[in-house]
Write a protein that binds this ligand. Structure first.
Ligand SMILES: Nc1ncnc2c1ncn2[C@@H]1O[C@H](COP(=O)(O)OP(=O)(O)OP(=O)(O)O)[C@@H](O)[C@H]1O
Ligand SMILES: Cc1ncc(COP(=O)(O)O)c(N)n1
Length: 267
């Protein structure tokens, strides 16, 4: 039997913790067939971003059609999309695809380095967010999307509803990794608010958690899980990946994509 096929469109992380590398590891671990289209090649590691090389938008288009004219695409996720030209190409392509589209609106790396310039972030909000089945902003990204501060859980809930009702996303998952206390995320699916809560793990090794979470949701959706269940299972996956994260690198280390395997083996 053929596997479910899932595509990531994102930038690279040669140190393996975030971006396309994190996405592909997640897809593999969750037993979907992973495919990837590179938007930007990023010289980065756990300490930060050193340099970036953006691919021409015409070449991103070529990669996208090389995949979709030959392979099934059962779900797609996007990560770092650095400029308007790329956003336009991706928007046009997404409209040709009949599959869930999970958008991680990557703006700033955890190290604080910008991955998408401010003017381009507005374009993303106007043109790509309305194409998404699900958008997964963290707190600073939610603040940028809505142009106001998000300080506590009530703000997160309101924000999730607003991202759907005012910005036109199919659903919104506002992630609380950047707040204090429990690690709570809120999903608004257009009808209902759902919360996903886990204990906060005392770890600085959270490089790539957002990438890993959205990739896990995309993998589960490629396999036909409904949105809420895909988010629930994705949260379980990312929490285990943080709990068993690796002390690798001189900065904030990467998460552990084998973690669920390990929990299963050791429980
Ligand atoms: N220390 C932690 N313990 C448990 N869960 C966490 C912790 N930090 C983040 N999370 C969870 O990890 C997921 C990713 O959330 P976060 O808000 O950190 O996204 P992000 O900022 O996009 O990630 P990234 O670190 O890749 O930028 C969420 O489910 C969040 O609740
Ligand atoms: C190519 C790419 N995409 C996304 C992130 C965000 O991940 P993080 O916020 O954990 O650094 C990143 N660092 N690099």
């Amino acid at each position: 039997m053929n596997p479910a096929c899932v595509l990531t469109i994102a930038g690279t992380d040669p140190s393996g913790g975030a971006g396309i590398q994190a996405d592909l590891k997640t897809f593999q671990e969750l037993k979907s067939y992973g495919m990837s289209v590179v938007t930007s090649v990023v010289a980065q590691n756990t300490t930060g971003v050193k340099d970036v090389h953006h691919l021409p938008d015409s070449f991103i288009r070529e990669q996208l059609f090389a995949v979709s004219e030959d392979m099934p695409v059962h779900a797609v996720k996007t990560g770092m999309i650095a400029n308007k030209e790329m956003m336009q190409v991706i928007k046009d392509w997404v409209q040709t695809i009949d599959a869930p589209y999970i958008m991680d609106p990557v703006m700033i790396a955890q190290s604080g380095d910008p991955l998408v310039e401010q003017e381009e972030q507005i374009y993303l909000k106007r043109h790509l967010v309305p194409e998404s089945t699900l958008v997964t902003p963290n707190i600073p990204e939610t603040e940028t999307l809505l142009n106001r501060r998000i300080d506590h859980e009530e703000d997160m809930k309101e924000a999730a509803v607003e991202i759907v009702e005012q910005l036109g996303a199919g659903a919104a998952l506002v992630k609380g990794g950047h707040l204090k206390g429990k690690a709570v995320d809120f999903l608004y699916d257009g009808y209902q608010l759902h919360s996903f809560e886990e204990e906060r793990i005392d770890s600085a090794n959270t490089h790539g958690t957002g990438c890993t979470y959205s990739a896990a949701i995309a993998a589960y959706m490629s396999q036909g899980y409904p949105l809420t269940q895909a988010v629930e299972k994705g949260k379980h996956f990312v929490t285990a990946a943080i709990r068993h994260s690796f002390d690798l690198g001189k900065g904030d280390g990467p998460t552990n994509h084998f973690a669920l395997r390990r929990e299963v083996f050791h429980s």
